[in-house]
Every structure is written in C-alpha cells, then in structure tokens.
Design a protein around this ligand. Structure first.
Ligand SMILES: *Cc1c(COP(=O)(O)O)cnc(C)c1O
Length: 361
C-alpha cells in the first residue's frame, strides 16, 4: 500500500485510517449490494439503515435524548450562519454573539441581515489571543439565543467550558472540535458542525437542535432553510449528502469502538500536551500565539523567531512528510491541526523534528 503522510491540514482534514480502509473495502460494492453507497437511492432500505445507524451512534456518543433532533444538512457551517438567525430569531429579532475568531465574525455578518446583534464580548482588539471570561460577557436576558464558537480554528483558542447563558438558549459553532470530548448536550439549544474537520468529509453538516426551538421556525421561510422541515423529514427532505453521511457514520463507529468520547478526550489531551510542552521547553524559540489557559487541543498555533525561519521550517517539514503546517494567512507562523484522527506518533515525530530544526537553525 502507498505510504500516508502526516496530514496537519486545518480542513478538510485527516480521517481515521480504519475508516478509509473500511470505505475502500466497500466502495465498489457496498456489503454485497452490487453498488457503492454513492450510487444508491437515498430512499432505499440500505441507505435508510446507514443514516439511522449514524444518527443512533451519534446519539450514543453524546447521550443525546429524544428532546433533540439530529439533522444531517448541507451548505457547511456557513449556511448555518444564516439558518440559525433565520429560524431562531423571532420578534423582536435580537441575539447575543461572542466573537473569538474570523468564523464568529462571519456568523455575525449573516445574523445582522436578520436582526439586531449584540456583541456580548469580542477579543478582536487583542487579535483573538484569548477567550473572554464569563464576567466580561454583556448578556441580554431577552436575547433569542447566545452564539459562540467552541474552537477557534484560525487563532488556536478553545473554550474549556461553555459560557453560561442562563435561560437564553446556547448556540454553538462546533465545526472544529465536535466530538473531541464529551459535552453535556442539555446545556445547548443548538450545535452545528461542518464535518470536514473532525467528523467526516466536506459536504455534511451535523445539527443538533432542542425540539422546542423548532417551533420558532416560521412557515414563511424557504423550505430548505427551515429546521422544522428537515426534522419532520428526518434529514431527507431532499437528497442528502449520502456518501458523507456514510463516512461520518463510520467515524462515529470508530469512536464508539475506541471506547467513546472519554477515551478520545484522553488521547487528545495527551497529543496536545506533547506539542505544547515542546513549544514551552524551547526557551522562546517556538512561541505559542495564544494565552496558555485558552489553548486549543485541536489547532496548535505557534511562531518561530522570524518569517524566514518559518518558511524554512514549513518547507523542510513538508519534505519530511509533515503537510499542512502553514498558519492561516491572518496569523502567520505554524498551525498544527491535530484533530481526533491525527495519530500520536505523528505528534511525537513533529516534536523530534522541531528539536532538530532548532538545533540546526
Ligand atoms: C471551517 C469552519 C467554518 C466554515 O465551515 P464551512 O463548512 O466551510 O462552511 C465555520 N466555523 C468554524 C469554527 C470553522 O472551523
């Protein structure tokens, strides 16, 4: 078999090897059906069991009760920037947003087309190096919801604990850390996540929504934009992204087989610690770009003494088979995305490379 590289891409990102091999085995003819998952009707028996199992496994991973609908939609997290306010902001049309990354800014941009956005907190003036504290949040008790971004893919910060919203429904963009640990779903009104970072291929977006919130969706909304329609049709109002849902389903099984999200979290903590310890032990040669207590377990961002060295680092790393390490253009430096599927061994080898590079440069 061909060799795989260490893929540190921020997204679309690495998938578990076991999942790829399983999909490969069944690609030509899915479990003796004589056709691939891509070629079969989404209304047929086989796909029906694929989507039902994917939902059941996701419910098991996160203990999602019957109070919540699970939807598999399209349009990425970006369409959710619009669907959330269109569905959840009834009159007087106002919602709270916490701005911790360029993604949250994009969510705000769409919400403003629907109603009044109150910026409950923003760390933009500090170049998003940290997550705001609870006592900094200017919350409106009458807001339709409070929106936050659990992991900030570009800047490399992450909420260790969700903000407290009181009785206001909490809405979360979890695109880059969904399923990296167990969360208490009952604290959330709605969670959405584009799949291509931590749960599957691009094209699927997972949404969990508390059922009472479905009542806010107006009949005047365009049909595809209406959560209630998707819930009533069990994500089959139109042709869903069948292959993406199938792969996400395999990822859910991979997580269950490993022991679930507690085990996944332990592994994620271990991987991130190795990398951050190496950064902190480098006597300032490598510098983390965020405050320590808000560091992301998923996207590890850091800088070298100057841009020339950063370019050299990324170039030499890529020759060694470490790909996707270049930081986002708005931050610069290095970004190592070490999502669920990223192997421990790859992190250990990167750390070896970092030590070696420092010695030589
Ligand atoms: C990648 C990303 C998005 C955008 O996702 P699309 O699926 O491309 O629309 C939104 N939010 C966060 C936090 C992301 O990491």
């Amino acid at each position: 078999m061909e060799k795989r590289i260490y893929n540190f891409s921020a997204g679309p990102a690495i998938l578990p090897e076991e999942v790829l091999l399983e999909a490969q085995k069944d690609l030509y003819s899915y479990k003796g059906s004589g056709m691939s998952v891509m070629e079969m009707s989404h209304r047929g028996k086989i796909f029906d069991s694929i989507i039902k199992e994917a939902e059941a496994d996701l419910r098991q991973l996160l203990d999602i009760s019957d109070n919540y609908s699970v939807l598999f939609l399209q349009g990425g997290a970006t369409l959710q920037f619009s669907m959330v306010p269109l569905n959840l902001m009834p009159l007087p049309n106002k919602a709270d947003y916490i701005v911790t990354d360029a993604w949250a800014e994009k969510a705000v941009k769409e919400a403003k087309r629907v109603g009044t956005v109150n910026i409950a907190a923003s760390t933009k003036s500090e170049n998003f190096v940290r997550i705001p504290k609870q006592n900094e949040l200017k919350l409106d008790p009458d807001a339709a919801y409070l929106h936050f971004t659990s992991n900030n893919t570009i800047f490399g910060t992450q909420w260790k604990k969700e903000p407290e919203a009181g009785n206001v429904p909490l809405v979360c963009d979890a695109s880059s850390d969904f399923l990296h640990k167990k969360i208490d779903i009952n604290k959330y009104g709605l969670i959405y996540a584009g799949a291509q970072k931590n749960i599957g291929p691009a094209g699927v977006t997972v949404v969990t929504i508390r059922k009472d919130l479905l009542e806010r969706s107006s009949d005047y909304l365009h049909t595809y934009l209406n959560y209630k329609i998707h819930a009533e049709n069990e994500s089959m109002y139109n042709t869903p992204t069948t292959f993406g849902i199938y792969i996400a389903g395999l990822v859910f099984k991979w997580l269950l087989n490993m022991g679930g999200l507690e085990e996944m979290y332990t592994r994620n903590l271990e991987k991130a610690k190795i990398l951050y310890d190496a950064i902190d032990a480098s006597e300032g040669y490598y510098k983390g770009t965020t405050v320590k207590e808000d560091r992301s377990l998923m996207n590890v961002t850091y800088k070298l003494p100057n841009e020339q060295l950063e370019e050299k680092f990324i170039r030499e790393a890529s020759v060694k088979g470490f790909s996707g390490l270049k930081g986002h253009r708005s931050v610069g430096g290095v970004r190592a995305s070490i999502y669920n599927a990223f192997p421990l061994k790859g992190v250990e080898e990167l750390v070896e490379f970092m030590k070696d590079f420092k010695e030589k440069n």
